[in-house]
Design a protein around this ligand. Sequence first.
Ligand SMILES: CC(=O)N[C@H](C=O)[C@@H](O)[C@H](O)[C@H](O)COP(=O)(O)O
Length: 226
Amino acid sequence: MSLLAKLESSVRECGGLIVSCQPVPGSPMDRPEIVAAMAQAAVNAGAVAVRIEGIENLNAVRPLISVPIIGIIKRDMEDSAVRITPFLHDVDALANAGADIIAFDATFRPRPVAIEELISRIRHHGLLAMADCSTVEEGLNCQQLGVEFIGTTMSGYTTDVTPDQPDLVMVSELSNAGCRVIAEGRYNSPELAALAIDHGAWAVTVGSAITRIEHICHWFSDAVKR
Ligand SMILES: CC(=O)N[C@H](C=O)[C@@H](O)[C@H](O)[C@H](O)COP(=O)(O)O
Protein backbone atom coordinates (compact mmCIF):
# COMPACT_ATOMS: atom_id res chain seq x y z
CA MET A 1 0.00 0.00 0.00
CA SER A 2 1.32 3.48 -0.81
CA LEU A 3 2.12 5.92 1.99
CA LEU A 4 -0.79 8.11 0.91
CA ALA A 5 -3.21 5.17 0.98
CA LYS A 6 -1.93 4.15 4.44
CA LEU A 7 -2.32 7.68 5.76
CA GLU A 8 -5.81 7.98 4.27
CA SER A 9 -6.77 4.76 5.98
CA SER A 10 -5.44 5.92 9.37
CA VAL A 11 -7.29 9.22 9.01
CA ARG A 12 -10.51 7.26 8.34
CA GLU A 13 -9.86 4.97 11.30
CA CYS A 14 -8.42 7.38 13.92
CA GLY A 15 -9.49 10.83 12.71
CA GLY A 16 -7.34 13.46 11.13
CA LEU A 17 -5.21 14.90 13.92
CA ILE A 18 -1.68 15.92 12.99
CA VAL A 19 0.49 17.34 15.75
CA SER A 20 3.11 19.96 14.99
CA CYS A 21 5.95 19.51 17.50
CA GLN A 22 7.67 22.87 17.29
CA PRO A 23 8.70 24.37 20.63
CA VAL A 24 9.08 28.13 20.97
CA PRO A 25 12.57 28.84 19.57
CA GLY A 26 15.08 29.20 22.40
CA SER A 27 12.66 27.73 24.93
CA PRO A 28 13.96 25.19 27.47
CA MET A 29 11.72 22.78 25.51
CA ASP A 30 13.61 23.48 22.29
CA ARG A 31 15.76 20.33 22.36
CA PRO A 32 15.69 17.42 19.96
CA GLU A 33 15.09 14.82 22.69
CA ILE A 34 12.12 16.81 23.97
CA VAL A 35 10.71 17.24 20.45
CA ALA A 36 11.09 13.47 20.01
CA ALA A 37 9.27 12.80 23.30
CA MET A 38 6.47 15.16 22.27
CA ALA A 39 6.13 13.36 18.94
CA GLN A 40 5.97 9.97 20.64
CA ALA A 41 3.39 11.20 23.14
CA ALA A 42 1.29 12.69 20.32
CA VAL A 43 1.36 9.43 18.37
CA ASN A 44 0.51 7.42 21.51
CA ALA A 45 -2.52 9.68 21.92
CA GLY A 46 -3.87 9.31 18.38
CA ALA A 47 -1.97 11.67 16.09
CA VAL A 48 -1.83 10.13 12.60
CA ALA A 49 1.20 12.20 11.57
CA VAL A 50 3.56 14.76 13.07
CA ARG A 51 5.11 17.93 11.71
CA ILE A 52 8.77 18.43 12.61
CA GLU A 53 11.07 21.38 11.95
CA GLY A 54 14.79 21.06 11.37
CA ILE A 55 17.19 18.22 10.66
CA GLU A 56 18.39 17.75 14.25
CA ASN A 57 14.82 17.32 15.44
CA LEU A 58 13.96 15.04 12.53
CA ASN A 59 16.99 12.87 13.30
CA ALA A 60 15.80 12.53 16.89
CA VAL A 61 12.17 11.78 16.01
CA ARG A 62 12.52 9.45 13.00
CA PRO A 63 13.83 6.33 14.80
CA LEU A 64 11.11 6.57 17.46
CA ILE A 65 7.90 6.75 15.44
CA SER A 66 6.51 5.01 12.39
CA VAL A 67 3.70 7.40 11.44
CA PRO A 68 4.39 9.80 8.56
CA ILE A 69 6.52 12.83 9.32
CA ILE A 70 5.86 16.14 7.62
CA GLY A 71 9.30 17.74 7.54
CA ILE A 72 10.06 21.42 7.22
CA ILE A 73 13.08 23.69 7.56
CA LYS A 74 12.47 27.27 8.66
CA ARG A 75 14.86 30.01 7.62
CA ASP A 76 14.90 33.73 8.33
CA MET A 77 16.22 35.46 5.27
CA GLU A 78 17.04 39.08 4.65
CA ASP A 79 15.83 39.21 1.07
CA SER A 80 12.68 37.07 1.21
CA ALA A 81 9.80 36.68 3.64
CA VAL A 82 9.46 33.02 2.63
CA ARG A 83 10.55 30.93 5.62
CA ILE A 84 9.36 27.36 5.23
CA THR A 85 11.61 25.05 3.18
CA PRO A 86 12.75 27.69 0.69
CA PHE A 87 15.67 25.86 -0.93
CA LEU A 88 16.27 22.68 -2.93
CA HIS A 89 19.03 21.65 -0.51
CA ASP A 90 16.44 21.92 2.29
CA VAL A 91 14.29 19.39 0.45
CA ASP A 92 17.32 17.12 0.02
CA ALA A 93 18.25 17.37 3.71
CA LEU A 94 14.70 16.60 4.87
CA ALA A 95 14.45 13.66 2.48
CA ASN A 96 17.78 12.26 3.67
CA ALA A 97 16.70 12.61 7.31
CA GLY A 98 13.60 10.49 6.69
CA ALA A 99 10.70 12.91 6.13
CA ASP A 100 7.77 11.28 4.31
CA ILE A 101 6.02 14.49 3.36
CA ILE A 102 7.81 17.76 2.71
CA ALA A 103 5.95 20.99 3.35
CA PHE A 104 7.02 24.25 1.75
CA ASP A 105 5.82 27.85 1.65
CA ALA A 106 3.55 28.03 -1.40
CA THR A 107 2.68 31.72 -1.18
CA PHE A 108 2.96 33.98 -4.22
CA ARG A 109 5.55 36.15 -2.45
CA PRO A 110 9.01 36.69 -3.99
CA ARG A 111 11.06 33.54 -3.35
CA PRO A 112 14.53 32.18 -4.00
CA VAL A 113 13.34 28.97 -5.74
CA ALA A 114 10.19 28.48 -7.84
CA ILE A 115 7.36 26.37 -6.42
CA GLU A 116 7.54 24.02 -9.44
CA GLU A 117 11.23 23.34 -8.78
CA LEU A 118 10.60 22.53 -5.12
CA ILE A 119 7.82 20.12 -6.10
CA SER A 120 9.95 18.38 -8.69
CA ARG A 121 12.77 17.97 -6.14
CA ILE A 122 10.29 16.44 -3.66
CA ARG A 123 9.18 14.04 -6.43
CA HIS A 124 12.81 13.22 -7.25
CA HIS A 125 13.04 11.80 -3.71
CA GLY A 126 9.75 9.89 -4.17
CA LEU A 127 8.03 11.86 -1.40
CA LEU A 128 4.65 13.51 -0.92
CA ALA A 129 4.23 17.29 -0.89
CA MET A 130 2.33 19.73 1.26
CA ALA A 131 1.74 23.34 0.20
CA ASP A 132 1.62 25.88 3.04
CA CYS A 133 -0.69 28.52 1.58
CA SER A 134 -2.10 31.88 2.65
CA THR A 135 -4.91 32.18 0.10
CA VAL A 136 -7.31 29.97 -1.83
CA GLU A 137 -5.61 30.97 -5.12
CA GLU A 138 -2.25 29.72 -3.86
CA GLY A 139 -3.89 26.46 -2.82
CA LEU A 140 -5.55 25.96 -6.21
CA ASN A 141 -2.25 26.68 -7.93
CA CYS A 142 -0.60 23.83 -6.00
CA GLN A 143 -3.60 21.53 -6.47
CA GLN A 144 -3.12 21.99 -10.24
CA LEU A 145 0.56 21.21 -9.84
CA GLY A 146 -0.38 17.89 -8.23
CA VAL A 147 0.49 18.65 -4.60
CA GLU A 148 -1.23 16.07 -2.37
CA PHE A 149 -1.90 18.22 0.71
CA ILE A 150 -3.04 21.81 0.65
CA GLY A 151 -2.50 23.55 3.99
CA THR A 152 -3.98 26.79 5.26
CA THR A 153 -0.78 27.23 7.30
CA MET A 154 0.14 30.71 6.08
CA SER A 155 -3.30 32.31 6.26
CA GLY A 156 -3.04 35.35 8.53
CA TYR A 157 0.77 35.35 8.45
CA THR A 158 1.44 37.31 5.24
CA THR A 159 -0.38 40.43 6.42
CA ASP A 160 0.36 42.93 9.21
CA VAL A 161 -2.33 41.64 11.54
CA THR A 162 -2.88 37.99 12.43
CA PRO A 163 -6.49 37.26 13.39
CA ASP A 164 -7.24 35.32 16.58
CA GLN A 165 -9.46 32.79 14.86
CA PRO A 166 -8.49 30.21 12.23
CA ASP A 167 -9.45 30.67 8.56
CA LEU A 168 -12.40 28.31 8.18
CA VAL A 169 -13.61 30.07 5.02
CA MET A 170 -10.36 29.12 3.29
CA VAL A 171 -10.83 25.52 4.45
CA SER A 172 -14.36 25.38 2.96
CA GLU A 173 -13.41 26.97 -0.34
CA LEU A 174 -10.40 24.70 -0.89
CA SER A 175 -12.37 21.65 0.12
CA ASN A 176 -15.24 22.58 -2.23
CA ALA A 177 -12.66 22.87 -5.00
CA GLY A 178 -11.61 19.27 -4.40
CA CYS A 179 -8.39 19.82 -2.43
CA ARG A 180 -7.20 17.44 0.28
CA VAL A 181 -7.10 20.20 2.88
CA ILE A 182 -4.96 20.22 6.00
CA ALA A 183 -6.36 22.97 8.21
CA GLU A 184 -3.48 24.56 10.08
CA GLY A 185 -3.02 27.74 12.07
CA ARG A 186 -4.72 28.80 15.31
CA TYR A 187 -6.79 25.64 15.88
CA ASN A 188 -6.29 26.19 19.57
CA SER A 189 -9.08 24.04 20.98
CA PRO A 190 -10.69 20.67 20.21
CA GLU A 191 -13.86 22.57 19.25
CA LEU A 192 -12.03 24.62 16.61
CA ALA A 193 -10.29 21.50 15.29
CA ALA A 194 -13.68 19.79 14.97
CA LEU A 195 -15.02 22.84 13.10
CA ALA A 196 -12.18 22.45 10.59
CA ILE A 197 -13.33 18.92 9.83
CA ASP A 198 -16.96 20.10 9.66
CA HIS A 199 -15.84 22.70 7.09
CA GLY A 200 -14.38 19.99 4.88
CA ALA A 201 -10.79 19.66 6.09
CA TRP A 202 -9.28 16.23 5.52
CA ALA A 203 -7.10 16.67 8.60
CA VAL A 204 -6.14 19.39 11.04
CA THR A 205 -2.68 20.25 12.32
CA VAL A 206 -2.44 21.53 15.87
CA GLY A 207 0.81 23.01 17.11
CA SER A 208 0.82 25.70 19.81
CA ALA A 209 -2.14 24.35 21.76
CA ILE A 210 -0.40 21.00 22.23
CA THR A 211 3.34 21.63 22.11
CA ARG A 212 4.09 25.25 23.02
CA ILE A 213 3.89 25.42 26.80
CA GLU A 214 4.71 29.14 26.90
CA HIS A 215 1.75 30.00 24.65
CA ILE A 216 -0.63 27.83 26.62
CA CYS A 217 0.58 29.30 29.93
CA HIS A 218 0.11 32.83 28.60
CA TRP A 219 -3.47 32.01 27.58
CA PHE A 220 -4.17 30.81 31.12
CA SER A 221 -2.22 33.50 32.98
CA ASP A 222 -3.94 36.26 30.94
CA ALA A 223 -7.31 34.64 31.63
CA VAL A 224 -6.84 34.70 35.41
CA LYS A 225 -5.48 38.27 35.64
CA ARG A 226 -7.89 40.56 37.52
C1 LIG B 1 3.00 30.58 10.09
C2 LIG B 1 4.01 29.55 10.50
O1 LIG B 1 5.18 29.75 10.34
N1 LIG B 1 3.53 28.38 11.02
C3 LIG B 1 4.41 27.36 11.47
C4 LIG B 1 4.49 26.26 10.55
O2 LIG B 1 5.09 25.26 10.67
C5 LIG B 1 4.27 27.00 12.94
O3 LIG B 1 4.89 28.05 13.64
C6 LIG B 1 2.87 26.77 13.52
O4 LIG B 1 3.03 26.49 14.87
C7 LIG B 1 2.11 25.62 12.87
O5 LIG B 1 1.70 26.01 11.60
C8 LIG B 1 0.87 25.17 13.66
O6 LIG B 1 0.04 26.24 13.92
P1 LIG B 1 -0.49 26.56 15.40
O7 LIG B 1 0.72 26.67 16.25
O8 LIG B 1 -1.24 27.86 15.26
O9 LIG B 1 -1.39 25.40 15.83
